[in-house]
Design a protein around this ligand. Structure first.
Ligand code: AOF
Ligand code: ZN
Length: 381
């Protein structure tokens, strides 16, 4: 074999390819992490795979199947530590060992406490050479929500809002129509499709009768039909159980969870449940509303939610920011002015001095047709 072939396939480029493969599970593998794997022997890629869907084979297994006998003596580039547990599938570390893989390069350790470190130990014990950390940052960007859930028992929270150039979202009476164009709407659909849950306040259900679903025809992706088969969990914050029995989202495919602080089994609750809602009772905060941290913890630990997308109005959005529960903001800005009577982006307490201002870090701004997408995050001090 000539050395030029070896040089053309650097470890970095193998891991980049594995990361690229992992992204193919972007809309489908939830609640599992996005993982990609490349098998290389004699400077040539002999197998590739990614994790498509929870319950189905992991990335390594797909790559091993493609490689067959060629896996013997190969190096595996994996974006996450190969698992050591028998969950819905058998341990990937064992499968790699049995296939005769002699070296494993992993981008990062699996934050899942059932695995973390054990997969590497299993491989090393069997005499496989293990290296960890190649392209770790890019690999961790595949799974921010999964990592958060495994390490902290909380999901990552993204707040999505559509606003005018003067920072308004809806008319004073709550009338809100789409102010952004089709490209922005497509992006919002994709944000929903990659989320584990979409969360809204009951007000937005009452006002807009939002369905909170992923619609295949609006995704603008080749495999849109398959993607829309997995609907994110719908989560409604409804401390007083005001959810309309005829709410459109109750008859959509997938589950709707209604979080309340009303602990007694009322007639209203019975009727809501009969209409398709799953009512969950939560502790109340000082304002008599659902306690956010308890809610988010429930979503992560009981519902395996990695990514929660919040689509709501100024009151709940402001309260979530105040409670420091927002990790990321996705703002879609239309070049229109709604005037000073219109609703603001966030209902936040007035500031006494400039020193109390809330700083955000803008990570990205890009044009979407006639609109702009601003990706930002609150700066925590
Ligand atoms: C891997 N390769 O491609 C993925 C891994 O429910 P299971 O059996 O599918 O296990 C899910 C857990 O396996 C998940 O929480 C994470 O720790 C690991 N994911 N591991 O070796 C993969 N997706
Ligand atoms: Zn595995």
């Amino acid at each position: 074999m000539s050395s030029s072939i070896l040089e053309s396939i650097s470890p970095q480029s193998c891991m980049d390819r594995a990361i690229q493969l992992a992204w193919q599970g972007r809309y489908s593998c939830d609640p599992n992490p996005r993982v990609g794997c490349v098998l290389v022997r004699d400077g040539r890629i002999v197998g590739e795979g990614f994790h498509v869907r929870a319950g189905e084979p992991h990335a390594e297994i797909n790559a091993l199947r493609m490689a067959g006998e060629a896996a013997r003596g190969a190096t595996a580039y994996v974006t996450l530590e190969p698992c050591s547990h028998t969950g819905r599938t058998g341990p990937c570390s064992l499968a790699l060992i049995e296939a005769g893989v002699t070296r494993v390069v992993a981008a990062m350790e699996d934050p899942n406490p059932q695995v973390s470190g054990r997969g590497f130990a299993m491989l090393r014990d069997a005499g496989v050479d293990v290296a960890v950390g190649l392209r770790e940052e890019a690999a961790s960007r595949l799974n921010p929500g999964f990592i958060r859930r495994m390490r902290e028992g909380l999901p990552r929270v993204t707040l999505k809002m559509a606003m005018s150039l003067d920072g308004r979202t809806a008319m004073a009476d709550g009338e809100s129509q789409w102010i952004t164009g089709p490209a922005a709407r497509r992006q919002v659909q994709r944000l929903r499709a990659e989320s584990s849950a979409v969360l809204a306040g009951v007000e937005s259900i009452i006002l807009d009768d939002s369905r909170l679903t992923v619609r295949a025809d609006q995704l603008g992706l080749d495999d849109a039909e398959a993607i829309a088969r997995r609907q994110p969990l719908r989560v409604i914050l409804d401390s007083q159980l005001r959810m309309p029995l005829a709410a459109a989202c109750l008859s959509e495919p997938g589950r709707t969870l209604v979080f309340t602080i009303q602990s007694e089994m009322s007639e209203r609750r019975r009727r809501l449940e009969a209409a398709g809602a799953e009512v969950v009772v939560m502790p109340a905060n000082a304002e008599g509303r659902v306690e956010f941290t308890a809610l988010l913890r429930h979503l992560a630990t009981r519902e395996a939610c990695n990514e929660v997308l919040v689509e709501t109005g100024a009151t709940l959005a402001g309260a979530l920011l105040e409670a420091d529960c927002v990790d990321r903001l996705e703002l879609f800005m239309a070049a229109t002015l709604l005037g000073s009577e219109a609703r603001p982006l966030f209902a936040l307490p007035g500031l006494a001095t400039m020193s109390q201002q809330r700083r955000l870090k803008i990570d990205d701004i890009r044009a979407l047709g006639d609109d702009w997408r601003i990706s930002a995050r609150p700066l925590r001090d």
